[in-house]
Ligand binder design. Structure first.
Ligand code: SAM
Length: 352
């Protein structure tokens, strides 16, 4: 495992410092923070085996949309230029379209337009793709962990889910949200038999398939190093479908290694946080659905930003808090090392 990747800055085309306003967010490892993942609910209608336990007794917590909007405005004033709405399942949340509309109107000294993305399980996407596009959504990622309906339903534990997600992907393409990214978390012995079929799916459906290495963030505590299907194995198997050709990164903080095939048809991304960590280029922070900042997926603690807001702090006071918190962002995660401690919150409660 390599942890020695160079620290790069984002390739943002805008000025590194505000004209008359605030300095951009930067951590003590000299990484610019430009990307915020906001979880707007920790409810989910799927119970994916690599994420949730399948029990429905959990306590959920979410804030009024107006609270997220105020915090987002503050983050944008500090140089956040990409916002990804996630969860839980963000399409379950009333007020989603209004929030997207509001973000699309946010401006800062750093950017004239915020890039807005949503990560969804796709179950409700068929009816929402066009309204999301009309509200100002830039891009969409759909999670889909198998290309056959039986395996898919075994993973989501929801019958009929595959057909709904297919309809959602098609609706997103029709609405002009393409190219749609399709995320597949690979679990050995569960869906690793699907790698070749996903290559065909990318080529025939004109979607970008992204394989993600399974991370120890599940509620079920099933993760072991052996359950991870590493990048090297995925590349080897795809190369047997057709020779892969590497594509350049879209930007220096991109998490996926990008490939096409030798005929230029299809696109595959591989996100390998376990076997090839990319912490050195990390430009991301997260805000959980209960309003807490997490500086890393694997942080051992989070910071109750909305608590300070509810206690009456001004925007400027909150900005100063955010700066101090970001400064201490972790250098890297420690998956696979003896010192690794699994975070107390799982992915569904952090916001993927
Ligand atoms: N419900 C939405 C969805 O299904 O895309 C958004 C939330 S989900 C937690 C966000 C992403 O995290 C999904 O692409 C999911 O596959 C990924 N994810 C969840 N648990 C994971 C794990 N243990 N390791 C790697 N990726 C995981």
């Amino acid at each position: 495992m390599s942890h020695t990747l160079p620290i790069l800055e984002t390739s943002s085309p805008v000025a590194p410092l505000a004209v008359g306003g605030f300095e951009r967010l930067r951590d003590s490892h000299n990484r610019l923070i430009t990307d915020l993942r906001l979880s707007i609910t920790d409810r989910c209608n799927y119970r994916c085996v690599y994420c949730r336990t399948g029990n429905d007794g959990a306590q959920f917590s979410e804030l009024p949309m107006a609270d997220y909007a105020r915090l987002l405005r503050i983050f944008v004033s500090l140089g956040i230029e990409k916002v990804r709405l996630t969860g839980g399942e963000p399409l379950l949340r009333d007020g989603l379209l209004d929030l997207v509309r509001e973000i699309s109107e946010m401006r800062s000294d750093f950017v004239s337009k915020i890039d807005i993305a949503v990560t969804t399980n796709g179950h409700k996407l068929a009816g929402l793709a066009q309204p999301l596009k009309d509200a100002g959504l830039s891009r969409i990622t759909v999670s889909m962990d198998a290309v056959d309906s039986d395996t898919f339903a075994r993973i989501t534990r929801v019958p009929g889910s595959f057909e709904r997600v297919q309809a959602g992907i098609r609706a997103a393409q029709d609405a002009g949200l393409g190219p749609v990214k399709v995320n597949c978390v690979l679990l050995r012995g569960f869906n690793d038999s699907q790698i070749e079929a996903f290559a065909e799916f990318s080529r025939s459906e004109n979607v970008i398939v992204r394989f993600i290495e399974f991370m120890p963030l599940e509620e079920d505590r099933t993760w072991t190093p052996e359950t991870v299907v590493p990048l090297s194995e995925i590349v080897e198997r795809l190369n047997k479908v057709r020779p892969l050709v590497a594509l350049p990164a879209n930007n220096p903080s991109e998490t996926a290694r990008r490939y096409t095939f030798d005929d230029g048809v299809g696109e595959i991304g591989i996100i390998a946080p376990v076997s090839q960590p990319f912490c050195g280029q990390c430009s991301r922070i997260r805000l959980t659905s209960d309003g807490k900042i997490r500086t890393c997926l694997f942080s051992q603690s989070d910071h109750d930003l909305v608590g300070w807001m509810h206690r009456g702090e001004t925007d400027e006071e909150l900005r100063q808090r955010i700066r101090r918190i970001i400064e201490k962002k972790e250098a890297r995660h420690h998956i696979g090392e003896p010192s690794f401690l699994k975070p107390s919150r799982s992915m569904v409660h952090i916001g993927g």
